[in-house]
Design a protein. Structure first.
Length: 261
């Protein structure tokens, strides 16, 4: 399955642009979760939430909706990643499994200054549990330093069945290798002077890229670093996020319209 969505749902400039005028703040998640198929929650990166918050999100969204959660920054913003176990456990124990089947991938984002250290990074990957609270977890790592663009890093991610976030960004490396049973794509270059963030031709190209990933291939024009994985169907998560944020909902909705044609 291909899912497209946005980052968060609380953003004042979206009111009257994405959200119809007069939509109560308390109904914004309800509206957003019916306009797109998934939302990446950024708030979990900065704060620790309680189980009843995840329960509330679960109750307000459609049965086939999925959240991805950005892991708390204390898990990843550290000198020695292999020592992150207490922070990882604290994040997972905060109530994330209250989302039940609506819990999608967990994204572990690293600072742009964090360089690749094979031994330490594998130590971190070994801390990410494949199952927690009786639920299968999916993990994706978002690395932002060019030193990660190596065969060794790609091989490590594949060994641990962890996806490498593909970022369409002028600032960060774009690693197109598929290393898990899903693909996590963040499209971060929306333009404010384009009503749909990305031009229609670009949205069409991203739909084609997502379709290629879903089929188990590599999108046309993208180069991979490591060994080509076995061709098998994959779930694909596409988030329009950052860039001209005010345009991201229109981009995601436009993407879904093209996808459904």
């Amino acid at each position: 399955m291909i899912r497209a969505g946005i980052g968060g749902w609380t953003f004042e400039p979206w009111r009257g642009v994405f959200f119809p005028k007069g939509t109560p703040k308390t109904k914004e998640l309800h509206y957003a979760s019916r306009a797109v198929m998934s939302i990446e929650v950024n708030g979990t990166y900065y704060s620790t939430f309680k189980p009843n918050t995840f329960q509330k999100w679960y109750g307000e969204t459609p049965s086939d909706f999925v959240f991805s959660l950005k892991a708390n920054k204390f898990c990843t913003n550290r000198r020695v990643l292999a020592e992150a176990r207490p922070s990882i456990e604290r994040f997972l124990e905060s109530g994330v499994t209250e989302l039940k089947h609506k819990l999608g991938p967990i994204a572990w984002q690293f600072m742009p200054t964090k360089k690749f250290d094979a031994t330490d990074f594998e130590g971190f990957l070994e801390l990410l549990p494949p199952v927690f609270g009786g639920m299968k977890l999916r993990h994706a790592v978002e690395v932002r330093h060019e030193s990660f663009a190596t065969k060794e890093f790609v091989a490590l991610a594949a060994k641990h069945n962890v996806a490498i976030v593909f970022a369409d960004s002028p600032k960060f490396p774009a690693i197109a290798d598929t290393t898990s049973d899903f693909v996590y794509c963040r499209l971060m270059d929306a333009q404010e002077d384009v009503p749909t963030g990305y031009k229609p031709a670009a949205i069409k190209n991203w739909v084609e890229a997502a379709t290629a990933w879903e089929a188990g291939g590599t999108p046309k024009g993208m180069k991979t670093i490591g060994k080509a994985p076995a061709k098998k169907k994959r779930d694909v998560f596409v988030y329009f996020i950052a860039g001209a944020k005010v345009r991201n909902p229109a981009a995601a909705v436009g993407f879904l319209k093209v996808l459904k044609k």
